[in-house]
Design a protein around this ligand. Structure first.
Ligand SMILES: [Zn+2]
Length: 503
C-alpha cells in the first residue's frame, strides 16, 4: 500500500508583532532540493533529518514500517511559532503540497502532520482550508489521517475532510513520536479493512492557558487518564483533547474533543459528550497562578537546589520574540549569583561577542530589540566565556536525536549571571542546550527559561522548585492581557457560561 505524507505546521500567535514568512519555513526545513527548485525537503532529505529520531516524522516512518506501508515523504516544514503567516507564504506551501501530491500519482492513503493553530492573513483556520483542498484533490474515498498538536484550535472545517485526527496526548509533547506511530497504525488499519472511522467533534465554550494545560499536573493529569480509559473501551479508536492555543484571536480558539470510533457514529458522539462533560466539570481548575520575579529570585537565593524560573510570557515556542530582558534585568539588579538566562535571541550581540573574542569583555545593548512588550535593551559590559555554532543533538523525549541549530551562540557573563545569546529563536526546552555550551544546570542555583511548559520534559526532574513567572509578553498566560475581538462568545472564563452540552 502506497502512502504519501507531509507536514506544514505553524502555531500562530496573532498578538505577535513579527509576521511569519516563507523564509521562516524554509529555514526550518530539511534543505536539499527534491528537484523542483524549492529546497523544501523531499523524501531523502526528510528521512535523513528524522529517521530514527523521537519525533513525529520518526513516528510516521516507524509506524509505516510496522504496518508494511510504502511511505513517501513529500514535504516537511514547521516554522518556529510566531506572528501571522503571510498569505503568500501559506499559499506557496499549500500549492507546493498539492502539486507534489499530484505529481506523486495515485496513493492508497494520505498521512499528514499539521499543527492545528496556524493563521494566515486571509485564513484564520489555515488547516481547515488546507485539509479541504487536499480532500478535494484526492477525492472522497482515499483515507486521510491527520496528526495535530495538543494546542490545535480544532474546527469543524478540519474535522470534516479528515477520516480521523490524532492529537498529542501530552504537554510537554513527549509523545509526538508515539502519536506518529499511532497515526500510521490507524491508517494501516483503515487500509487493511480493520477500521472504518466515525469521528465526532465537540467544541467546548472554554479557553485555557498553557501552565494549566500541562498534563503532568492537575487537572489535565486526571483528564488525560480519563481519555485513556475511554480509548480502552471496545469500539473506540482514539480520544483526542485539543486544548487550544489561546494566543490567537480567532473565532475557534479554545478547547475541543475528537473521538474516533469504529463504524459507530453514535458511540463516537456519546463518548465525545462524556469527555467534554469531564473537562467542563474541571473548568475552574485551569486558573493560573503567577509568581512575581523578585519573589522567585529571593526563593532561589535562600534555598538549596536548582530553582527554575519559567518566563512563559516570552516563550518562542508560542510566538514570543525570545529576546525579552525583564528577568535578566531583575537578576542584575538583585546581584543574583550562580544564575543562567536561556536564551536571549540577539544576532547582533552574538556577532559582537564573537568579534571581541573569548576571554575579553564587550559592551552591548543586550536583547529587547523586537518590540516594546518584553523589556528594553539592557546596557551591559559582559565577559565572553564561550562562542559556538549553536548546534547540538536533542536528548529529551520531545526530539531525541534531532539536530538543533541556534546559529552563532555566545555565553556572556554579566555579574553573577550567565546569559546564552543566540542568533536564532528556539524554545530552550532541552537541558542539553545548556550542556552543549558548557553549563550543567544542576550545578547552578537558578535557571531562567523562555518556556511555558515544555522545559518540564527535561527540567522537571532536575529542578528542586519551579515558578511560573509574572512577566509581560505576547505569551503571558493571563486573559486580561489581551484584547480579543474575534473569539466566539460567551466563552469561559471570560464570560459566565451555562453550557447545555454538559450537565
Ligand atoms: Zn503544542
Amino acid at each position: 500500500m502506497r502512502v504519501l505524507s507531509a507536514c506544514i505546521a505553524h502555531e500562530t500567535n496573532t498578538f505577535s508583532a513579527v509576521p511569519t514568512t516563507l523564509a521562516d519555513f524554509r529555514h526550518a526545513s530539511p534543505q536539499p532540493d527534491p528537484g523542483d527548485g524549492t529546497s523544501f525537503g523531499g523524501d531523502a532529505a526528510i528521512r535523513q533529518a528524522f529517521a530514527g529520531t523521537h519525533s513525529m516524522a520518526g513516528g510516521f516512518l516507524d509506524g509505516a514500517n510496522e504496518q508494511g506501508l510504502d511511505l513517501e515523504m513529500l514535504l516537511w516544514t514547521f516554522a518556529t511559532p510566531g506572528g501571522i503567516v503571510l498569505q503568500e507564504a501559506y499559499e506557496y506551501l499549500r500549492d507546493l503540497l498539492l502539486r507534489r501530491l499530484r505529481q506523486a500519482g495515485p496513493a492508497d492513503g494520505i498521512l499528514l502532520h499539521l499543527h492545528g493553530a496556524m493563521v494566515s492573513e486571509e485564513h484564520e483556520d489555515v488547516e481547515g482550508d488546507l485539509l479541504t483542498a487536499v480532500r478535494q484533490q484526492i477525492g472522497p474515498r482515499t483515507p486521510l489521517v491527520v496528526t495535530t498538536d495538543l494546542h490545535a484550535n480544532m474546527t469543524a472545517a478540519m474535522a470534516t475532510p479528515a477520516d480521523t485526527i490524532v492529537g498529542y496526548d501530552e504537554y510537554p509533547h513527549n509523545d509526538m513520536y508515539e502519536r506518529g506511530v499511532e497515526g500510521a497504525r490507524l491508517l494501516g488499519d483503515m487500509l487493511a479493512g480493520r477500521l472504518s472511522p466515525a469521528m465526532a467533534y465537540r467544541q467546548l465554550p472554554l479557553i485555557t492557558m498553557p501552565p494549566k494545560q500541562c498534563t503532568i499536573i492537575e487537572p489535565m493529569r486526571s483528564l488525560l487518564a480519563f481519555a485513556h480509559e475511554l480509548e480502552a473501551r471496545p469500539g473506540i479508536a482514539n480520544v483526542t483533547l485539543a486544548m487550544g492555543f489561546p494566543f490567537a484571536d480567532i473565532h475557534d480558539a479554545g478547547v475541543s474533543v475528537l473521538v474516533t470510533a469504529d463504524s459507530d457514529r453514535a458511540l463516537a458522539e456519546a463518548t465525545a459528550d462524556e469527555m467534554a462533560a469531564a473537562i467542563w466539570a474541571r473548568r475552574d481548575d485551569f486558573t493560573v497562578r503567577l509568581t512575581p520575579v523578585p519573589e522567585a529570585i529571593e526563593y532561589a537565593r535562600t534555598h538549596e537546589g536548582l530553582t527554575v524560573l519559567a518566563d512563559g510570557s516570552d516563550n518562542p515556542g508560542g510566538g514570543g520574540p525570545c529576546d525579552g530582558t525583564v528577568v535578566l534585568q531583575h537578576l542584575i539588579e538583585a546581584d543574583m549569583q550562580d544564575a543562567v538566562v536561556a536564551i536571549i535571541v540577539d544576532p547582533d550581540s552574538a556577532e559582537r561577542a564573537a568579534q571581541a573574542g573569548v576571554g575579553n569583555n564587550v559592551s552591548l545593548m543586550l536583547g529587547g530589540k523586537t518590540d516594546d512588550r518584553h523589556g528594553a535593551p539592557v546596557p551591559v559590559t559582559a565577559y565572553v566565556r564561550l562562542i559556538s555554532d549553536g548546534t547540538f543533538v536533542e536528548q529529551g523525549p520531545m526530539g531525541r536525536g534531532v539536530t538543533a541549530q541556534l546559529g552563532r551562540t555566545a555565553v556572556l557573563v554579566v555579574g553573577g549571571v550567565e546569559v546564552v545569546v543566540t542568533e536564532r529563536r528556539m524554545q530552550p526546552l532541552d537541558a542539553e542546550l545548556l550542556r552543549s555550551v558548557g553549563i550543567e544546570p544542576t550545578r547552578r542555583r537558578l535557571v531562567a527559561l523562555k518556556s511555558a511548559v515544555h522545559f518540564r520534559s527535561t527540567y522537571q526532574d532536575l529542578a528542586a522548585r519551579i515558578f511560573d513567572l509574572d512577566t509581560p509578553g505576547v505569551h503571558r498566560p493571563d486573559f486580561a492581557a489581551y484584547e480579543y475581538r474575534r473569539l466566539r462568545r460567551p466563552l469561559y472564563p471570560l464570560d459566565d457560561v451555562s453550557w447545555p452540552g454538559a450537565s
